[in-house]
Design a protein around this ligand. Structure first.
Ligand SMILES: [Zn+2]
Ligand SMILES: [Zn+2]
Length: 828
């Protein structure tokens, strides 16, 4: 019978499609292509398929073939969602590489790579809002569970959320999360992406293709003045516009829609909907840009030469040397060759300052892909890149856009650790992925920074990358003078706490304010005080769910956990010894702002940290206030170190350098050098020479010496020796495996098992398990296993397979299936 033949077709005569699904499975899944779809399907098309129990997904066709799969009878493709290819073969190759390199599934990569409006499913689903900053603070336990699940899976159906919460009524939680702008509801499949359209008119045939017949059309309208006017207006508009909006005709000819309707009936004009971009247009003329200085000319010539000889070049240029100006030059060359250019920046450095500047240079040729875009805008950028948009500016996620032919990738601030995605998988490094992406397109990469990562500088030193140095600030500006202020002298009176400000810093601030100039103070801790401690026995008030002490926030007058948002009031007496003398210790940005107000009651003081930039435009507003000198002193965390140009910053103060230098991590020195140099670079950008005061207890630390001298090379020489001696990158590759579970015995057993499994194969290259710096977060106990590998591709490849196999073994252990295991390749 015909129906049974349709349901049980001969596998040998079928055509199949391998479809990639946005779920954590290792491979594309094979489906049957129904007869009638065969002529319409090709690589990159989006199709609707069912997967698992009653689940429908939008997948992407990545192969079409006639090989019957070994699996049980494949299901048919249900529909073609979009008959235009959504991805390019380059993207598939990139995703495959990322899945292999970063030890995750290609479905997880696809999930991260695609804008959520392009990852549909049939039921109503929810996903994380692009406005959400991935902080879990301030969430109830239920809200947290949903948010965490979403950050792993990308999106969830309402049924799945019911399962996660173990309850039927979930609308209140969903509602709260929408209110907090953390999630949004996804629409039904078909109506997902709605392009913006405008009503337009065009000529009907034969006039459209034979303009010489237009005179006939005018004869047809000769008895109506209004119709003649409308046609005249149309003819005039069509000369200059790519399409003629109805409204423009109404406005110019002073007619209404009845007139157009009548002309449609006469066979002259017709109405249609024109798709237009939601992205704001930059119709103003591209502006002239400043001439290159001599130093910039030289550096540009060197860059060109280095890029001829190497796939990538490191541009090591001091802050204020005008690296952006060089990028612009090379991007323009790339466009002239008819290729695309990608300009990457850390998200936080994508300020309106840089966006404005580049939009003025490139006008409509540039698309900006940042987290503040809504989902429809993201899809529009995606499509515009697919259609050949010449320049894209964006954070690491713009690596996933469908470039057709990349000629140049710029990774600015290449040292910045926010290029690394921590959660969810793929835990990729945007800089390293950019190198691979460029290789796929046979294009070139520029890594720009004032403080190169050890890895990149090592690559340059060993000849893998080119190296270009630019040690002169643009416009003849001098680098700031850097001083160390010793917090030990004069010593505080017995029993008194360490003062926050040295006399040097106070004097310098006073002078700055008198001269109507500005200052930036940097302290890498937010809140008022990071510790609340018993003066008698040393007990500190801790989070109930995490292994960290609570930070006091004065504005809200409570203690808060910076890992989970847990809140508590200060206990009146020490629960360990009964002592009632408990004190706040340490200095956060909030206290700094407070104390400054006491020293300088007339100064206008602003603060920039995670607590003050939570709302949508707060970050831009603080920058703007400081730029336009409505603030005298800006206090902040490392947010103040990222890419800002301020004109009148006379003084930069670092409140406590010791905290940076004594962090238990092999990258602590590198981070400290980078942060201190970057924050110092904010001083004295225009006009006069700036001054930097670094307060420290351990004033003779070699890193401080290098920061004062601005001597990156000395810093590198010392640091690279240590890395080699202690088997760290760039000489060894690290893979960090983190296991989590709410029962300590369970995570212990799982970690021991995995460690034994790995040590049996990798010997001493597997280290641990060990407790991380913060060993409990959100009630989950954490253990780390570290794998250190020589740079031998075969060994690395084999090790990754062992790691994945070992994790599968762990999940088979009784009681261990619920242990979460994260693999982080090249952890930062
Ligand atoms: Zn006590
Ligand atoms: Zn906590």
């Amino acid at each position: 019978m015909e129906t049974s033949e349709r349901f049980h077709p001969d596998p040998a005569t079928q055509t199949y499609a391998d479809v990639l699904l946005p779920v954590a499975i290792a491979k594309a899944y094979t489906y049957i292509i129904p007869e009638e779809m065969i002529p319409h399907l090709a690589f990159g098309h989006q199709v609707e398929v069912s997967f698992g129990k009653n689940k429908r997904y939008a997948g992407i066709v990545v192969d079409i073939h006639r090989n019957a799969p070994g699996q049980s009878q494949p299901k048919p493709i249900l529909s073609i969602i979009d008959a235009r290819p959504l991805i390019t073969p380059y993207q598939l190759k990139l995703w495959q590489w990322m899945a292999g390199y970063y030890c995750c599934s290609i479905g997880e990569v696809m999930n991260t790579a695609m804008p959520s409006n392009l990852k549909l499913a049939s039921e109503t689903r929810i996903s994380l809002s692009p406005l959400y900053d991935h902080s879990f603070e301030g969430l109830s336990d239920k809200e947290f569970l949903v948010t965490e699940a979403l950050s792993i899976q990308g999106e969830l159906s309402l049924d799945e959320i019911r399962d996660i919460l173990g309850q039927k009524t979930i609308y209140p939680v969903i509602h709260q999360l929408i209110e907090k702008r953390i999630i949004y509801l996804k629409e039904e499949m078909q109506t997902k992406f709605q392009p913006k359209t405008v009503a337009c008119v065009r000529l009907q045939e034969p006039y459209a293709s034979r303009p010489e017949l237009l005179e006939e059309a005018f004869e047809l309208t000769s008895r109506s003045v209004k119709q003649t006017d409308a046609l005249l207006a149309f003819v005039q508009l069509v000369r200059t516009e790519p399409f003629v909006r109805k409204q423009a005709v109404y406005d110019m000819a002073q007619v209404d829609h009845g007139v157009i309707k009548a002309m449609e009936k006469k066979g002259i004009l017709e109405s249609y909907e024109q798709e237009i971009s939601r992205l704001p247009g930059y119709e103003e003329e591209a502006v002239e840009i400043s001439e290159l200085s001599e130093a910039q000319e030289t550096a540009l010539a060197q860059l060109r030469k280095q890029l001829e000889e190497h796939p990538a070049a490191l541009l090591h240029g001091v802050t204020g040397s005008g690296k952006t100006r060089l990028y612009v030059e090379l991007i323009q060359e790339t466009i002239r060759q008819g290729k695309q250019a990608l300009y990457l920046l850390p998200e936080i450095a994508l300020t309106t300052q840089i966006i404005d500047r580049l939009q003025k240079v490139f006008g409509d040729q540039i698309a900006v892909y940042h987290s503040r875009l809504n989902n429809n805008e993201r899809v529009e950028v995606w499509r515009s890149v697919l259609e050949g948009k010449p320049v894209v500016l964006g954070p690491r996620s713009s690596l996933f856009l469908p470039f057709k032919e990349l000629g140049l990738v710029v990774v600015d601030e290449e040292h910045d650790n926010s290029y690394k995605q921590q959660d969810p998988a793929p835990r990729y490094n945007g800089r390293d992925t950019a190198i691979y992406l460029a290789r796929l397109h046979e294009s070139k990469v520029i890594l720009g920074t004032a403080t190169p990562s050890l890895e990149s500088y090592h690559n340059a030193k060993t000849g893998k990358y080119g190296l270009v140095e630019l040690f002169e600030r643009f416009g003849g500006l001098e680098l700031p003078e850097v001083h160390i202020a010793d917090l030990k002298t004069p010593p505080p009176p017995a029993g008194a706490p360490q003062p926050i400000f040295s006399t040097q810093l106070l004097d310098a601030l006073r002078e700055t304010l008198e001269q109507k100039e500005q200052a930036i103070l940097f302290q890498n801790r937010r809140g008022y005080a990071p510790v609340y401690r018993c003066t008698s026995c040393g007990w500190t008030q801790q989070c109930e769910h995490c292994d960290v002490s609570l930070t006091y926030h004065k504005l809200q007058n409570h203690l808060r956990c910076h890992y989970c948002g847990f809140r508590a009031t200060q206990v009146p007496a020490c629960p360990a010894c009964g002592n009632r003398d408990l004190r706040l210790q340490g200095t956060g940005t909030e206290r700094l702002e407070d104390d400054l107000g006491i020293h300088f009651p007339d100064a206008r003081i602003g603060r920039m940290d995670l607590d003050t930039v939570r709302t949508k435009h707060a970050h831009a507003r603080i920058i703007n206030d400081f730029e336009e000198h409505r603030l005298d002193i800006l206090v902040g965390t490392q947010m103040v170190t990222k890419g800002l140009d301020f004109d009148k910053v006379k003084i930069v103060g670092v409140i406590n350098a010791d905290q940076l230098l004594h962090f238990p991590d092999f990258r602590a020195n590198e981070r400290a050098f980078q942060l201190l140099t970057q924050v110092a670079g904010r001083a004295g950008r225009k006009g006069s020479r700036g001054k930097v005061i670094i307060q420290a207890l351990q004033t003779f630390h070699p890193v401080l010496k290098d920061v004062i001298a601005g001597d990156y090379k000395d810093f590198y020489r010392r640091e690279i020796e240590e890395r080699q001696a202690f088997k760290y990158p760039p000489f060894y590759r690290l893979i960090k495996i983190t296991l989590k579970h709410k029962i300590p015995e369970t995570v212990n057993r799982a970690a021991q098992h995995l460690a034994i499994y790995l040590k049996g194969r990798l010997d001493q290259r597997a280290i641990g398990p060990a407790m991380p710096y913060v060993s409990r977060v959100r009630g989950q106990y954490l253990l780390d296993i570290l794998v250190k590998l020589e740079r031998n591709n075969q060994l690395i490849h084999q090790s990754k397979e062992w790691i994945l196999e070992g994790i599968r073994e762990v999940h088979k252990l009784e009681g261990c299936s619920g242990v979460r295991v994260n693999v982080d390749v090249d952890p930062m």
